[in-house]
Ligand binder design. Sequence first.
Ligand SMILES: NC(=O)c1ccc[n+]([C@@H]2O[C@H](COP(=O)([O-])OP(=O)(O)OC[C@H]3O[C@@H](n4cnc5c(N)ncnc54)[C@H](O)[C@@H]3O)[C@@H](O)[C@H]2O)c1
Length: 378
Amino acid sequence: MIKLRVAMIGAGVMGKAYSLAIASLPMYVWPTTWVIERELVVELTPELAEEARVRYGFARAATDWRRAVEDPSIDAIIILTPPREHAEVALAAIANGKHIVCEKPLATSAADARLVYESAETAGIVHQVGLNFRLAPAVQMGLKLLREGAVGEVISYRGSWLTDQYLDESLPYSWRSERGGGALGDDAPHAIDFAHAFVGEITEVVATSGTVITERASAVDQTTSVVEVEDEVNLLMKFATGQNGTLEGSRVAAGRKVTWGFEINGMNGSLVYDWERKEELRYYDARDAPDRVGFRTILAGPSQPGGEHFWPVACFGTGYAETKALQLLQFGRAVFEDQPVDTSFSEGLRVAEVIEAATRAADTQSWQRVAHAGAAAA
Ligand SMILES: NC(=O)c1ccc[n+]([C@@H]2O[C@H](COP(=O)([O-])OP(=O)(O)OC[C@H]3O[C@@H](n4cnc5c(N)ncnc54)[C@H](O)[C@@H]3O)[C@@H](O)[C@H]2O)c1
């Protein structure tokens, strides 16, 4: 069995997701010729690192990511730190020839994302950004239906990412209050990625945004700081292929938990998806006979792309960690079998370019072109 020995940098919420995915991967995908080995976990303090080592099943613990990226016994780096450190860690890992999984956003600016993407390409490493939502079997089924012409020519796209986590004024100031966090940096990447996957390149955006809870207190000493980023944002966008679309994002939408999804209207029908009902894809066929029109609900299971790895019947539960397992399956297959990954750094760069244009559009209240380094990404 070939081993891909990884160092995981950061072991917060995403540390749990990746550790579950790594551990479960051979249980879901078997037989296999390779496995991912949890070699080293890096956290800020020796106590946090050791706790993560024991809890998440790693062989070693450390506190210095620089030594981890130089460690010859490590094949790949998984970057799960707050966004402001992504580019620096990724560039150091690239310089040491490591393959990389980096969580979204790839970087906190489009310029940094471009540098990381181009450096990774030049170095010839395998690179992937953690845009796992598009790998959900129900979403992949939507893409399959789209490719098959089931909705016909796409007319318009509506995307949303709504949650209410930040309605809670007692949530402390954190990296999610700074650039790279917020409705655009933290939550939008998956929604923008859906738009890219289903329609294509976004060329122009105009946006409004607002911050509802403008100050938050430190969890350490209760001093307050101004929140740098938006709690909600609305975008109108134009696609290179001529369609129009909207994206609506909020982290203060009471009652919404993970309303991350899309509605695509085409000449032959529509597709509707919402992550809160992650195993259900709704499809409307405009060619149905008039006496039976209506949306049908496709229940995701072993018959939808990716679902074959999990359970023998639909609705047994293909959840969040399973999409991370699908993401890591692509990563390992890229390393050992020369297969492509759907969400390479080029996708992370395309997302960063849209976020930057949307930020400029909201600041200037004007249409902004999305600067497409994306030509390289296409
Ligand atoms: N793909 C997704 O669905 C998804 C979901 C949530 C978060 N994320 C992304 O994952 C990343 C991490 O998010 P999270 O929710 O796990 O955050 P988190 O705050 O829960 O965890 C971050 C961890 O990194 C550690 N850390 C910070 N600096 C470090 C350093 N220099 N070296 C080692 N460890 C360090 C912190 O101690 C913390 O435990 C973010 O980029 C976020 O946007 C992605």
